[in-house]
Write a protein that binds this ligand. Structure first.
Ligand SMILES: Cc1cc2nc3c(=O)[nH]c(=O)nc-3n(C[C@H](O)[C@H](O)[C@H](O)COP(=O)(O)OP(=O)(O)OC[C@H]3O[C@@H](n4cnc5c(N)ncnc54)[C@H](O)[C@@H]3O)c2cc1C
Length: 475
């Protein structure tokens, strides 16, 4: 069967692209290998507990109607009303490095005043950094990458403050070790510090359900358990796909959210060998421990919605030597967001860097033992920040790079994909386009923006490929 577009993957980028294309009357089919929507950003129920996988916080919070903001553009292009997301804002979050604790909220003034208090000589440098971020324009044109860390260090002279600011920028979206491309940094800085964090009521499920319902209503064909085994190419152009079931579908354009290396591999060994190298492989993955508590974290003295921490100096954001690096991470407490209807159970989620190699190599028994040991080590370090809280744990679950690889197909569980992003979505194969993680917009809102931008640019208005036209094509 022939389609205008085939989309590989029903994560946030695939679902947003599908809805965008279907609203434009395009004949689109989404092929998802799993039996569940959402990809990296999904949900599950275990022993009666409902968990989200990839949502601590929705970045890019702005009030309804805020002009020019990413969230406003995404919602407008998908014809979703802001109120439908029922977003509860963070009360505050925290950055913690040895000897300093900075709160931030969805008002930049709080972070500025906290910097003034903890690092009095650095506030002018911070303001200069904010101006630089605000004056950097976002586009989808490929360009030379600049070290984001170097720009930050140029503005701010105190190493601990640099570490504190880099913590969320790395943890919420850098695929590079110890650095992030400057343009990417500006996207993340806006998303986290200039706009802010919120949580949809009910977590990620209502948002995914909304996208799926709207896609179906607009006429998109969404297929679960429909893994793509091969992308069919002829004369350097993608023509269609063969599913794991053997079924063949063809299309004018194929958009893939599987990742750059993974997508090249679907085109065959020769294509992968010719166009990918070690620099394309993501090296960073994470272990997350989710603790169900009998008491809300705020009542145990932890009032932050998220807390980005490093207990050692300097903060290292690299593949650890052993199974995990417990000395930095993110804590997330869903009950510390404003909500008309708070989450059913108080949770505390702790995410730390993990080395995929041992996790993928372990046998089953070894894997389970290593998981227990790594969770204990990660939480022991959290104790140094929060004091005693673990006695309030009633249930615990965790996932590792192995879980991420198994459920999303991302090699080595590399959540942020390849360090080399392809901003225009182009691949060496004509009519085969990347969207999502390896195109370069990360996170939930970023992935949706990526799906929309690539759908606009390569399917809806391929001739008008200027940056503004890609995100601004109106339905
Ligand atoms: C633990 C964790 C915490 C996170 N926390 C946050 C957060 O707090 N805030 C935030 O904004 N973001 C967060 N993220 C990141 C966010 O979830 C992702 O950036 C975003 O969901 C990526 O979407 P995507 O569409 O690019 O890719 P994916 O979600 O990876 O979607 C790709 C899809 O393609 C499918 N696929 C792959 N290969 C094939 C094939 N051959 N055939 C068919 N289907 C295939 C996969 O199964 C998958 O469903 C987190 C992620 C994780 C894992």
């Amino acid at each position: 069967m022939h389609h205008d577009a085939i989309l590989i993957g029903a994560g946030m980028s695939g679902l947003a692209a599908a809805l965008r294309l279907a609203l434009f009357g395009k004949d689109v089919v989404v092929l998802e290998r799993h039996n569940l929507w959402g990809g990296l950003n999904s949900f599950y129920t275990k022993d009666g507990h409902a968990f989200d996988v990839g949502l601590h916080a929705l970045t890019n919070f702005v009030p309804a109607g805020t002009r020019g903001a990413a969230l406003t553009k995404v919602l407008r292009q998908l014809r979703i009303r802001h109120a439908e997301l029922k977003l509860g804002q963070q009360r505050h979050s925290e950055l913690r490095v040895p000897g300093a604790r900075l709160r931030f909220s969805n008002e930049l003034d709080l972070l500025t005043s906290e910097i003034e208090r903890e690092f009095p000589g650095q506030v002018d440098g911070f303001r200069r950094l904010v101006s630089l971020v605000e004056s950097t324009s976002l586009d989808e044109e490929p360009g030379a990458e600049t070290s984001g860390r170097a720009v930050l260090e140029d503005c701010i002279g105190d190493r601990r403050l640099v570490d504190a600011l880099l913590l969320p920028l790395f943890y919420y979206g850098s695929a590079r070790e110890d650095d992030v491309d400057w343009t990417q940094l500006t996207v993340l800085f806006r998303a986290i510090f200039l706009e802010g964090l919120s949580r949809p009521e009910g977590g990620i499920r209502p948002l995914i359900n909304l996208l799926v319902k709207r896609c179906k209503r607009a006429g998109a064909d969404l297929r679960l358990s429909a893994g793509v085994a091969r992308i069919l190419t002829k004369d350097g152009r993608a023509r269609g796909v063969e599913l794991e079931s053997g079924e063949v579908l063809t299309a004018d354009t194929i958009l893939s959210s599987a990742g750059f290396v993974e997508t090249m591999e679907l085109c065959g060994e020769e294509v992968a060998a010719a166009h990918t190298g070690p620099a394309d492989h993501g090296r960073l993955s994470f272990l997350e421990v989710i603790s169900v508590l009998d008491t809300p974290p705020a009542e145990l003295g932890f009032g932050a919605a998220t807390c980005f921490y490093s207990t050692r100096e300097p903060f290292r954001y690299r593949r650890p030597e052993g199974t995990i690096d417990p000395f930095s991470g993110v804590l997330s407490a869903p009950t510390n967001f404003e909500a008309d209807r708070p989450p059913a159970e108080p949770l505390l989620r702790a995410t730390v860097l993990a080395n995929p190699a041992p996790w993928l190599a372990f046998g089953e028994d070894e894997y389970r033992a290593a998981k227990d040991e790594a969770c204990e080590r990660a939480l022991a370090e959290v104790d140094t920040l929060l004091g005693p809280w673990q006695s309030h744990t009633t249930y615990r679950d965790s996932f590792t790079p192995r879980t991420v690889q198994r459920f999303t197909g991302h090699r080595a569980g590399a959540i942020y994909g390849s360090p080399r992003k392809r901003k225009d979505g182009r691949t060496p194969i004509d009519a085969l386009v990347l969207m999502g993680t390896d195109q370069g917009y990360l996170g939930v809102v970023g992935a949706m923006m990526s799906g929309i931008a690539m759908a606009n640019r390569h399917v809806i208005a391929p001739a008008a490929s200027s940056p503004s036209s890609t995100v601004e094509v109106r339905a």
